[in-house]
Ligand binder design. Structure first.
Ligand code: AMP
Length: 419
């Protein structure tokens, strides 16, 4: 029997793996600079957690969750997103009662039974950040600035930031009435999902990806016209802080985000040139979620992005992130005695973090030199019979072709200095 990888999943092969490591490291480093700490939650949780948080009418819960029963018949789900588990942990650890501001970030796989296509998978990796403990608009701007700086510092140029305010339950009531009044004459033209949304969650009508529904959504009333005084002021302040942080943005009243728990600020970073799956990352405030999940009322804001789309975007802009694959040094030994002399140097350098490649199965000088050339190593370290007898090595700069003899016991220190 031949086994194949499940549809909508992929292996991260060695040729790609270093790119993932690089992006994860960049994310972790930037998070540390902003004062965020890493949290890792389980891959599976009680299904009810997501039903309660994301909203039982959301697409994620209704159609996309991988659900299973354990041996005792309890219902679990592979996590479709990271916020609900982090909120669960936040409450379970009583941080809602014991901590003021809490700054958390995570990276890890998420699972959604989605229709696979470029940029959309059934197992995908998200990077995300959650801030708890203040509704000050400064933090909205901080979280957005973090995301923007993470993406733009990778060199991406074709990205832009869109923000919106989806208001609070107080403004939503009036807005939903206006939305329903607008959509009512169009009911027959809406897709099946939207007919359901009309009843259960009219705000989601704006989020439908079916083109004919999109056309109707274009003239729908804007949430921004229905914000109450507090929400309007909050949104103005968020924009003020974004301006102070020098972050360019566009207000797009159509952003509602797919999950139920958002309030106030919602935002997305869009990449121009990825087709339909062009949202690199998105997020927003969720001031009511902690309380809704049983904790003490705690305002919060966060975002999540997918590494897959980010890698596609980087590739599209010619930002290959390939440097990590190239060895610093390619080592060549001519004969057994030379190999013996070379071994301690290779392992010493590697232990110091220098990337050294060596292939004991290639014995001729020509084959080893060919391998050194195709590895694109910066330096080549050669020990032959002459070098053995003079206790030295040849160090060749592969860019300039320049070579020099260096004493065998000095070469490691020398390389560590010049690399
Ligand atoms: P969401 O949790 O739906 O707001 O998604 C946040 C980000 O996660 C998106 O902008 C994508 O970058 C990524 N993402 C969501 N769903 C998928 C998926 N099925 N495959 C790949 N990436 C995804």
């Amino acid at each position: 029997m031949n086994y194949s990888i499940p549809r909508g999943t992929y292996d991260i092969l060695p040729s790609q793996s270093h790119k993932w490591q690089y992006l994860i490291r960049r994310f972790q480093d930037l998070a540390a600079a902003y004062g965020y700490h890493e949290i890792s939650t389980p891959i599976f949780e009680q299904s009810a957690l997501f039903e309660r948080s994301s909203g039982s009418s959301s697409d994620v819960v209704q159609k996309e969750m991988y659900r299973f029963l354990d041996r005792k018949g309890r219902e679990f789900a592979l996590r479709p997103e990271g916020t609900a588990p982090v909120v669960r942990s936040f409450i379970e650890n009583s941080w809602d009662k014991t901590q003021g501001r809490t700054k958390l970030f995570y990276t890890g796989p998420m699972f959604r039974y989605d229709r696979p296509q470029a940029g959309r998978y059934r197992q995908f990796w998200q990077y995300g950040l959650e801030f708890f403990g203040s509704s000050h608009p400064f933090y909205d701007a901080e979280v957005i600035a973090f995301l923007w700086n993470f993406l733009s510092s990778l060199g991406l140029k074709k990205i832009h930031l869109e923000i919106n305010s989806v208001g609070c339950p107080n403004c939503l009531k009036e807005y939903e009435t206006a939305l329903k009044a607008y959509y009512h004459p169009h009911l027959d033209e809406l897709c099946g999902d939207c007919q359901n949304r009309f009843e259960v969650n009219p705000k989601r009508l704006l989020d439908c990806k079916v083109p004919s529904c999109g056309v109707i959504a274009q003239n729908a009333p804007s949430q921004l016209d229905y914000l109450d005084e507090d929400c309007r002021k909050h949104f103005e302040q968020v924009q003020h802080y974004l301006n102070l942080a020098n972050i360019e943005f566009k207000v797009n009243p159509r952003i509602v985000r797919g999950l139920d728990y958002y309030s106030h600020t919602a935002f997305e970073v869009i990449f121009e040139g990825l087709g339909a799956q062009n949202t690199l990352a998105g997020g927003g405030r969720y001031n009511y979620l902690v309380q809704q999940m049983g904790g003490r009322a705690t305002p919060a804001i966060g975002f999540a992005g997918g590494f897959e789309r980010l890698l596609l975007a980087l590739e599209e802009e010619g930002l290959a992130l390939d440097t990590d694959l190239v060895p610093d040094v390619y080592a060549i030994a001519m004969g057994e005695s030379a190999q013996k002399a070379l071994m301690p140097i290779i392992f010493y350098l590697r232990n110091q973090g220098v990337k050294v490649d060596y292939d004991p199965e290639k014995t001729s000088f020509k084959a080893q030199m060919k391998a050194a050339n195709s590895s694109h190593a910066r330096y080549c370290l050669i020990i032959g019979e002459d070098e053995l007898s003079s206790n030295s090595v040849i160090l060749k700069n592969m860019e300039t072709g320049e070579q020099q003899n260096v004493a065998m016991d000095k070469v490691s220190t020398h390389l560590l200095q010049i690399l």
